[in-house]
Design a protein around this ligand. Structure first.
Ligand code: SF4
Ligand code: SF4
Length: 409
């Protein structure tokens, strides 16, 4: 039996699946030196149907499943994703403190420029740590300097999509120095298109983007745990109707139902749920193993959600399981210490859902939290819409930041 003739069942029957799992967990053995036509690449591309969609008015052709590179640190995984047909890679200036863009740069080096689409995001440091509002010293040049660093790391003259990172209000995407920087970058050919990313406040952010009339793409948090947030779905539809390319992020809702990682979310079902929304042009799940890559790609064979998958997503249930805070902001006024609860819950997901402790620590540090936290309350005043145990999660988060304490109640 030649490798070319091996089918999926043979793959696992012959025990190659185990080797595959080993590679996935430990990284690709460099001495094997697989090239772009490697066995695994041909396994992926021959077995999976790809769905292509057009990213709104950008006209960019993308696969319905793209790659969010945020948590990945194995260049061979990114290589395999591109070899398997994925076109769009999403990263950010801040991911892995710059190493993420450098890693992508090493992967795309030598590939035809038109064969991939790079989306990166920049979050200028001149923002209020709690509100994310831009401070008066925000200036276009600072943003453009950060873009130049990103381009250097990526080894590119231009990116395809440049976004303002982490916006939560209309005023963020309407900020004049930022608009000037984004438009200048586009005019100078350093990016083909401009956008903004938003984890929370999606409806307001999208309203602001449409008002600004200069944006091409929105990267928005969207997943099945937002089933009770029709306003987010409506906002995505308005964005798509106005011609914006719509990229869905946080599609796997934190990957696990529990912190101990004994119960994984049905990843295929979660991805299908997102891709069944017609307004979404592409999703950027943050897979980190070859197995997950294969699983995510397989979704494009058939987007129909089976009854079992619908059951797995526990639609209709509102319970405190899961890593994902839907950033609905409805709890903000309840906290007497005015703590940034959604950001804290996002840090919890990064740490205990994604195992990305660096990212969790970076986010926590950026919040400039008082210590000790939660001095005021005998019992937590936050009643989460998803029944997340906010105080318990804050206690666990505090152990990640040296010197950060939580008052005992
Ligand atoms: S216990 Fe809850 S309500 Fe009180 S300060 Fe902490 S997070 Fe806020
Ligand atoms: S903690 Fe709960 S209520 Fe608060 S923003 Fe997140 S999902 Fe909404």
């Amino acid at each position: 039996m030649t490798l070319k003739k091996i089918n999926r069942r043979d793959f696992f029957r012959l025990g190659l699946g185990a080797s595959f799992g080993l590679i996935a967990s430990r990284g690709w053995p460099r001495e094997l030196n697989f090239n772009s036509k490697s066995f695994f690449a041909s396994f992926f591309s021959e077995k999976h149907k790809l769905i292509y969609r057009v990213l709104g008015k950008t006209g960019l052709k993308v696969t319905a499943v793209s790659m969010g590179v945020m948590n990945a640190d194995n260049p061979d995984l990114v290589r395999a994703a591109l070899d398997a047909g994925i076109i769009l890679l999403d990263t950010a200036h801040s991911y892995q403190r710059g190493r993420n863009e450098e890693m992508i740069g090493s992967v795309i080096k030598g590939r035809p420029r038109e064969s991939f689409i790079i989306s990166t995001k920049i979050n200028p440091p001149t923002r209020d740590r709690k509100t994310g509002d831009f401070l008066s010293e925000t200036n276009p040049q600072q943003f453009l300097d950060m873009l130049n660093i990103s381009l250097e790391r990526l080894g590119l003259d231009y990116v395809d999509i440049l976004s303002l990172h982490n916006t939560t209000k209309a005023e963020h995407v309407l900020n004049e120095p930022i608009l000037e920087a984004l438009q200048k970058a586009k005019k100078e050919g350093k990016t083909r298109f401009i956008g903004a990313s938003t984890h929370s406040g999606q409806p307001e952010v999208i309203k602001g983007m449409l008002e600004a009339k200069v944006y091409d793409v929105v990267i928005a948090g969207f997943n099945f745990r937002q089933q009770n947030r029709e306003e987010v779905r409506q906002a995505l539809r308005e964005a798509a109707a106005a011609g914006l390319g719509v990229i869905a992020m946080k599609t796997q809702a934190g990957v696990y139902w529990d912190k101990e990682k004994t119960e994984k979310i049905n990843m295929k079902a979660a991805l299908k749920w997102v891709l069944n929304e017609p307004a979404v042009h592409t999703a950027i799940p943050g897979f980190t193993t070859f197995e997950q890559l294969e699983e995510d790609l397989s979704v494009m064979a058939d987007l129909t959600l089976t009854e079992e998958e619908l059951r797995d997503l526990r639609l209709g249930e509102i319970h405190g399981d899961g890593m994902y805070c839907q950033s609905c902001l409805s709890c903000l006024s309840a906290c007497p210490e005015n703590l940034p609860v959604p950001e804290l819950m996002r840090a919890y997901m990064y740490a205990f859902g994604y195992n990305n402790f660096d990212l969790a620590q970076d986010l926590l540090t950026s919040l400039d939290l008082p210590s000790p936290l939660c001095r005021t309350c005998i019992s937590c005043q936050v009643k989460c819409r998803l029944n997340l145990g906010v105080k318990e999660r804050i206690v666990e988060l505090a152990s990640l930041v040296p010197g950060l304490k939580v008052a005992q109640s």
